[in-house]
Design a protein around this ligand. Structure first.
Ligand code: PMP
Length: 361
């Protein structure tokens, strides 16, 4: 059909149309190189230039300080749940983790195979409707690091502040809000993110790490997953995800053309605010999370009458509002509003919310 389609999937999620168009233009031949980026040897000059440009653009966008390295790895964020402790700490070391929802629990479960975990803060007591405030944190002095999930993709919660952890390096899984807003990189020891939301194709995984944390990994760590080995070989220890790195690079350039991360943050604030307003303004829909901690990427809500959810999703998808189903662990409805979601998509969703409520009231 000629009606526009809006993809609200949590990930892989919507990509900027301009980026996809440019990739199509360049698919068969990249800038008179005689070949597709997919066909380029990774150690050749042309691909190296693409990789360096992507790194440099990301460094500029985020303001990554000189004493941090940017790594383009493989394996997704779930692999990082294990690779983080394997790279940073010896067996038996103690770490702090905040449990704020589904994805922090996944991170904790996996990391607990490699390190001792103290749950320094938990949203459980408040049914995961809120990020625990600093006063509720019980940090372990001398912990190897303190891990947070900056945006809980399934629960629809996000930090709009950063916990104070003193000398203990703050580590964040930013898979679902990376590049959605400006970031004080210098407050973190390690930041990691899977690419499939705001960056590019699934599989590509970005790790930003402060130089002093680039220690030798535990001996059982595969070399391809050693932060230090990858940093020392400029990400070319083995064949990197060449095509995904190229696409991510196009996204970084697109973000720069939009005006950078403050502009994106303002767009994302506006898009999510109007959707939350529509939900809060109706008895038909319910958002349970505390207003101060709501995600601007993943807007999670329920229908007051849960039995109507299936019909809601069916009608939405008929109108080109796709993949609004909530995470299976949480249920309900989830609208993911990543950078690439135009405001028109949010407006269309809001119009649908009103129309559906009116039809079924
Ligand atoms: N962390 C967060 C916050 C996520 O949203 C996801 C995926 N939805 C993951 C980790 C897991 O990512 P992957 O599937 O790339 O392993």
């Amino acid at each position: 059909s000629s009606e526009p389609v809006f993809n609200f999937a949590a990930g892989p999620g919507m990509m900027p149309r301009d980026v996809l168009r440019q990739a199509r233009e360049e698919l068969l031949e990249w800038q008179r190189s005689g070949m597709s980026v997919m066909e380029m040897p990774f150690s050749g000059e042309v691909f190296q230039a693409i990789q360096q440009q992507a790194q440099q653009d990301l460094r500029e966008l985020l303001g990554v300080p000189a004493d941090y390295r940017i790594l383009f790895l493989q394996g997704g964020a779930s692999a990082q749940f294990a690779l983080l402790p394997m790279n940073l700490l010896p067996a038996g070391a103690t770490t702090d983790y905040a449990d704020t929802g589904h994805w922090s629990r996944k991170a904790i479960a996996e990391a607990s195979r490699y390190v001792r975990i103290n749950v320094a803060a938990s949203g459980a007591a408040r049914d995961y409707r809120q990020i625990p405030t600093q006063a509720d944190w019980q940090l372990t002095p001398g912990a190897g690091y303190c891990h947070i999930t900056s945006n809980e993709t399934a629960d629809g919660l996000a930090y709009h502040w950063l916990p104070e952890t003193g000398e203990v390096p703050l580590v964040a899984d930013m898979t679902s809000d990376f590049l959605s807003r400006p970031l004080a990189v210098e407050r973190f020891g390690v930041i990691y993110a899977g690419a499939q939301k705001n960056i590019g194709p699934a599989g590509l995984t970005i790790v930003i790490i402060r130089d002093d944390l680039l220690r030798p990994a535990r001996p059982e760590t595969p070399s391809a997953f050693s932060y230090r080995v990858q940093a020392e070989s400029n990400g070319r220890f083995n064949t990197p995800l060449t095509y995904a790195v190229y696409i991510a690079g196009l996204v970084f350039q697109w973000l720069k053309r939009q005006g950078g991360l403050s502009v994106m943050a303002e767009c994302n604030r506006r898009k999510s605010a109007k959707l939350y307003e529509a939900i809060d303004g109706s008895d038909f829909y319910l958002c349970r999370s505390c207003a101060l901690d709501r995600s601007r990427m993943n807007v999670c809500f329920h229908l007051a009458d849960d039995a109507l959810t299936g019909e809601f999703l069916r009608q939405a998808s008929e109108q080109g509002l796709l993949h609004l189903k909530g995470h299976p662990a949480v249920g309900g409805v989830r609208a993911s509003l990543y950078n690439a979601m135009p405001e028109a998509g949010v407006d269309a969703l809001i119009a649908f919310l009103h129309a559906f409520a009116a039809r079924h009231a």
